[in-house]
Design a protein around this ligand. Structure first.
Ligand SMILES: NC(=O)c1ccc[n+]([C@@H]2O[C@H](COP(=O)([O-])OP(=O)(O)OC[C@H]3O[C@@H](n4cnc5c(N)ncnc54)[C@H](O)[C@@H]3O)[C@@H](O)[C@H]2O)c1
Length: 258
């Protein structure tokens, strides 16, 4: 049975009720996990208030600001986990960012600044968070991150984020090899296109969704809840033999050649 009772789960990446991380947090909560939620702080504190109201029904025992570009905040996040929980069982990395210029037009036009920012936030952040979490992750722990098929194949406009996801997927494999020593697992879910704040920045996201509806074996794209269910499985002992994997939750789109 899928049971996360007694497990402490830190979830990053909730911006609103469309966020994939929101779908994941709900499913982890339903399976009995004790939740900690991080949010991206902004100057006016709008994100904080919105996310706090949204997650209230899940009764998180931690709610902390964590901008992955801010080393001090990352440090403080895990110091809070150590102080309040003592240990961590589950880490959900569900965040990404690229400037608009990297998400449409000619890929060769991307600037050094946009390239570095996207890779820092979307790719390096996984390694950064895992390094901080490592001393706290208990045996049997699990880390899950989110990828997209645009990291493996060329998807029009996904451009810079494709490079970030390729690096992310390879990071999953290297981290899996390292964390296996302490019986901690790390896997990625490669989700089908979903309308969210982040994906609305990708040129032609609606066309991507319509294409999946036409071509994928299930003739539809997926929901954050469906992604959340697979994340809950990956965080549970039911998947104890799996690490370093990229699981496609995309209505089967990935298998199609034509
Ligand atoms: N929506 C899709 O179609 C789709 C498909 C496959 C994979 N994904 C991936 O799923 C993940 C979640 O994205 P989403 O689609 O739910 O969009 P979203 O906009 O709801 O979530 C993106 C999150 O990233 C956070 N973020 C951005 N910069 C940050 C920073 N510096 N520090 C901390 N957090 C930061 C935002 O606050 C937001 O919560 C991303 O990795 C995305 O690439 C999305």
């Amino acid at each position: 049975m899928l049971d996360l009772n007694g497990k402490n789960a830190l979830v990053t990446g909730i911006a609103n009720n469309r966020s994939i991380a929101w779908g994941i947090a709900q499913q982890l909560h339903q399976a009995g996990a004790n939740l900690g939620i991080t949010f991206l702080p902004d100057e006016k504190g709008r994100y904080e208030k919105k996310v706090q109201e949204l997650v209230e029904p899940l009764a998180p025992s931690l709610f902390v600001p964590c901008d992955v570009q801010n080393d001090q905040q990352v440090k403080e996040t895990f110091a809070t986990v150590a102080q309040k929980w003592g240990h961590l069982d589950i880490l959900i990395h569900c965040l990404a960012f690229a400037d608009k210029e990297g998400l449409s037009g000619d890929f060769s036009g991307v600037s050094r600044e946009a390239f570095s920012r996207a890779l820092e936030i979307s790719t390096y952040s996984l390694t950064n968070l895992v390094r901080s979490a490592k001393p706290l992750l208990r045996e049997g722990g699990s880390v899950v991150t989110l990828s997209y098929i645009g990291g493996v194949r060329v998807i029009p406009n996904y451009n810079l984020m494709g490079i970030a996801k390729a690096g992310l997927e390879m990071s999953v494999r290297y981290l899996a090899a390292e964390l296996g020593e302490q019986n901690v697992r790390i896997n990625a879910i490669s989700a089908g296109p979903i309308r969210t704040l982040a994906s609305s920045a990708v040129g032609g996201i609606l066309e991507m969704i319509h294409h999946v509806e036409k071509v994928a074996p299930l003739h539809r794209t997926v929901t954050p809840t469906e992604v959340g269910n697979v994340a809950a499985f990956l965080c549970s002992d039911l998947s104890s033999g799996m690490t370093g994997q990229i699981l496609y939750v995309d209505g089967g789109y990935e298998i199609m050649g034509m």
